[in-house]
Design a protein around this ligand. Structure first.
Ligand code: MG
Length: 157
């Protein structure tokens, strides 16, 4: 077994769609980023790469590369996961935190779990998404940013 951790933060800005966990979540603001801004999938990508000892998402998909402009983060996650699989690993489980003052994410958690499980070719029960606020504190609490965290446990098959 090997464990990996992932973290991401993206600013919330007007004029962007909010894409989180592979879903479009209705909100007046969206996550700014070179890709589609889906920091939850970025955190999961980093957790998987970390667990497999394969570096990080920035090495694999540099944000200076025009190829990844507005890229679907699900595609990036799948590409990273292919490398993890080639090393002989399967996913035991993924656990995530989304720390956002708004919108309320509870109605979307189970859909995100299903989407993430689909990308990683595992049963939905192996993915857990938790949503928290930041109790009004700092940039996250003001609604100016969203933080996403993930851990991944891999098993060598
Ligand atoms: Mg990111």
């Amino acid at each position: 077994m090997r464990v990996g951790i992932g973290y991401d933060i993206h600013p919330l800005v007007e004029g962007r769609k909010l894409i989180l966990g592979g879903l479009h979540v209705p909100h007046p603001k969206g996550l700014k980023g070179h890709s589609d801004g889906d920091g939850l999938l970025h955190a999961i990508t980093d957790a998987l790469l970390g667990a497999a000892g394969l570096g990080d998402i920035g090495e694999l998909f540099p944000d200076t590369d025009p190829k990844y402009k507005d890229a679907d983060s699900g595609t990036l996650l799948k590409a990273a996961f292919e490398q993890v699989k080639r090393r002989g690993y399967e996913v035991e489980n993924i656990d995530c935190n989304i720390i956002a003052q708004s919108p309320k994410l509870k109605p979307f958690k189970s859909q995100m779990e299903a989407r993430i499980a689909g990308l990683l070719e595992i049963e939905t029960r192996r993915v857990n998404v938790k949503a928290k606020t930041n109790e009004g504190l700092d940039a996250v609490g003001r609604g100016d940013a969203i933080v996403m965290q993930a851990v991944a446990l891999l098993r060598h098959s």
